[in-house]
Design a protein around this ligand. Structure first.
Ligand SMILES: C[S@@+](CC[C@H](N)C(=O)[O-])C[C@H]1O[C@@H](n2cnc3c(N)ncnc32)[C@H](O)[C@@H]1O
Length: 200
């Protein structure tokens, strides 16, 4: 077993901590632990992604957060879009347990949270939005599979929106999204983080 945040079962000494953070204008409370990504605060890239999601112009349909971690992205979106179904998947079981706890403590009940390696356990093919702060440390191949795999799970007009640092592969991610969808827009750039959006 490894203790990398992207493994199925991180071998860690547990040390839960909890803290508050405002996302999409909503005060939220999170429990995190050793062995999950960005356990001390909401990752800067995740904040930039949330601030640049096309929520006001989004077509009807459910939303998917791929690589949800302890849940900051999917849960913040679900709280804000309370009439939509929001699905959260990750490969890390500890992260999924925390995401369940965080859904309950933030009174978010329009979510489904389950284990999936990439899209292998995702059957929905009509998402309006797929979002991800992808797992750079899992390797470029995994990141690119998140990008290319999204297309089959989006409805026409649906969007894939990701955040990625320039130095961690934004240019090649942009190219991959461009070739997969025939379009890719840089929605925001902030301190080296790029928010990239493709429309099916
Ligand atoms: C950069 S973290 C983002 C976590 C969370 N969304 C956030 O904003 O804090 C990427 C996440 O992808 C997950 N991940 C890694 N490989 C994966 C895979 N093959 N399928 C699904 N999720 C994966 C990791 O466990 C990790 O939680």
């Amino acid at each position: 077993m490894t203790n990398y945040y992207y493994s199925k079962n991180p071998d860690v000494v547990h040390q839960e901590s909890s803290w508050d953070f405002t996302l999409l204008g909503q005060p939220m409370h999170f429990v995190t632990d050793n062995g999950v990504f960005s356990k001390r605060t909401v990752d800067f890239g995740s904040r930039v992604l949330l601030e640049n999601l096309p929520l006001t112009t989004l077509i009807d349909g459910p939303i998917l957060d791929v690589g949800c971690g302890y849940g900051p992205l999917g849960l913040a979106v679900a709280k804000s879009e309370s009439q939509r179904q929001v699905d959260l998947v990750d490969v890390n079981e500890l992260a999924l347990q925390l995401a369940h706890k965080n859904a309950a403590s933030n009174q978010v009940d329009n979510v489904n949270i389950w284990e999936s390696d990439l899209y292998t356990a995702v059957t929905e093919t009509a998402y309006a939005l797929i979002l991800s702060n992808p797992p750079i440390r899992a390797g470029k191949q995994v990141v690119h599979q998140i990008l290319t795999g999204a297309k089959a799970h989006l409805k026409e007009g649906g969007k894939l929106v990701i955040v990625i640092q320039k130095k961690q592969g934004a240019p090649s991610a942009r190219q991959k999204m461009e070739t997969t969808f025939g379009n890719c827009r840089v929605v925001a750039k902030d301190k080296g983080y790029f928010v990239l959006e493709s429309t099916k």
